[in-house]
Design a protein around this ligand. Sequence first.
Ligand code: IPE
Ligand code: IPE
Ligand code: MG
Length: 247
Amino acid sequence: MKELLDRKNIPQHIAIIMDGNGRWAQKKGAMRVFGHRNALTAVRESIEMATELGIKYLTLYAFSTENWSRPQDEIQALMEILVNSIVKEVPTMMENNITLSSIGDISSLPKGAQEKLQEAYETTKNNDGLTVYLALSYSGRWEIQQAVKSIAKKVVDGHLDIEEITQAQIAAHLNTKNIPDPELLIRTSGELRISNFLLWQLAYTELYFTEVLWPDFRKEHLVEAILDYQRRERRFGKTGAQIKSKG
Ligand code: IPE
Ligand code: IPE
Ligand code: MG
């Protein structure tokens, strides 16, 4: 199926809302945490396929600001799985020239998790293949709130004029300041919502929803999503005729 892809029209940046771990486990009669433990294969396969296709950025929604209101034991298990997975995956990331980074309120994570993340950033920072951004304790409204605060401070301190608050300035104050907006957003598990992910950045992103639960997501599912993306006409407000006349 990979052969069907138009290699000249592969998204540079794909964002994924990795949803459905709990339901996957419950369908098997297991505890929700069992689903989180079995999510790593899906992460690995997505990263591998992204690398094979030469995608530059992959942003994975791993833990939202709102997820802090889950039961304490689930949060703790998620954090442990996160730390263990990162430690385990760093050698493979090095082999495959992958950089690990993150967006979100990292300072709100447990100290141990912060340290392991920091180590992984340091180790992988000079790789220049795919960059994987983990969205951790992230939400779009939180991110916009942070941006508004820092812009307001610059204005109050006299470093920025109100007239200089352009859309580019706002984007430059977001966690994603160094990354282009995603061309494609994928959400697994059949939910048809954004759940506070990348609110600013998704303005013109193509949305793709699949019933597949995240622990079952495999390389072919990512290829399927990109094939679907390639069948779309991205108009950005223009007419279809205008887009076609550009060739
Ligand atoms: C996604 O799976 C993982 C996180 C949100 C951390 P869920 O845990 O939301 O699984 P469902 O949606 O309850 O099935
Ligand atoms: C979104 O999933 C967040 C992540 C995948 C990390 P949720 O399962 O938290 O979303 P809602 O609550 O169903 O909208
Ligand atoms: Mg969910």
